[in-house]
Design a protein around this ligand. Structure first.
Ligand SMILES: *[C@@H]1O[C@H](CO)[C@@H](O)[C@H](O)[C@H]1NC(C)=O
Ligand SMILES: *[C@@H]1O[C@H](CO)[C@@H](O)[C@H](O)[C@H]1NC(C)=O
Length: 271
């Protein structure tokens, strides 16, 4: 209808502008690379378009590129992205010069609908506060012993499922099984809650939450390559509508268990 075609022509015009912007950006970046600063930049081996093209196999795409270069750049409008598999660079970013490498405002914008003010979204003082809370969880010896037990238990469960399927000559989605084993383990360790996605039914609360969280992470990733995601969020269409629905499932589950835990604590029940 009329409204839709107007939206479409606005989108097309915006896409045209984006292409122009990219051409301009490439000429600036390549121009700069060609003159003085060439050595200061890791090699540019692709663009955001390659990422979109390889969206369904991004990790394989990056791995192929890493075989050629430990550190490389992918170009996108307005900025370059740097990817590294070099331990020295990782140490520089995560440790030696950590304070110079915030995640940034734009990252916060793209992720906070799902992660809120959590450790994956924020920088600076908010990050420090989250880090401090998390470090209580991850530093004690008791936790290390506890997590060992959890991983063992879920590995045994996984082995049972695999051998049952093998004995019955049933095909299985191995990646999904590994994902479930990981999700169950991490969740039990971090939140003291067994989602039991490994052997539970897909309709169970834990499995619904895990599936919603998995989908939501994927839709959040799409925002990084879809420059028009805010338009879709505003119109509540497509991936953004699906994302909103998944976040609702995630939030309801999380708040329900936070409330239950708070009640337990005020009733004096120990962990
Ligand atoms: C790391 O950060 C410090 C302080 O900001 C700075 O003096 C130093 O030059 C940085 N090192 C590198 C290799 O950029
Ligand atoms: C967030 O998403 C936008 C739109 O896709 C993108 O241009 C921007 O670079 C993203 N932010 C970061 C930090 O990657």
């Amino acid at each position: 209808d009329d409204g839709n075609s107007r939206v479409l022509s606005v989108l097309l015009a915006a896409a045209g502008l984006a292409v122009l912007a990219i051409c301009w950006y490439l000429s600036v970046v390549l121009g700069r690379g060609g003159v003085a600063g060439a050595k200061r930049y890791p090699p540019a081996v692709g663009t955001v378009f390659h990422q979109v093209y390889h969206l369904r196999r991004l990790h394989d795409y990056y791995t192929d590129l890493f075989r050629e270069h430990m550190t490389f750049r992918l170009l996108s409008p307005g900025r370059g992205q740097i990817y590294t598999s070099d331990p020295a660079v990782v140490e520089h970013i995560l440790k030696t010069n950590f304070s110079n490498y915030g995640k940034g405002e734009s990252n916060y914008e793209n992720t906070s609908d799902l992660f809120g003010d959590g450790i994956f979204a924020v920088d600076g003082d908010k990050w420090k506060q989250q880090r401090k809370i998390a470090s209580y969880d991850f530093s004690t010896r008791a936790l290390r012993d506890f997590s060992g037990g959890v991983f063992n238990k879920n590995a045994a469960k996984l082995a049972h499922i695999v051998s049952d399927n093998a004995a019955a000559k049933q095909p299985m989605d191995f990646q999904a099984l590994l994902m479930k084993a990981t999700m169950d383990s991490i969740f039990t360790i971090a939140f003291g809650l067994d989602l039991n996605t490994l052997s539970g039914e897909a309709a169970d609360e834990g499995s619904r939450f895990a599936a919603a969280f998995d989908d939501a992470s994927e839709f959040i990733l799409l925002r990084f390559v879809n420059a028009f995601w805010k338009v879709s969020r505003f119109l509540n269409v497509g991936a953004e509508a699906a994302l909103r629905h998944r976040i609702k499932v995630v939030d309801e589950f999380a708040y329900k268990h936070i409330r239950a835990r708070a009640d337990e604590m005020s009733a004096g029940v120990e962990v």
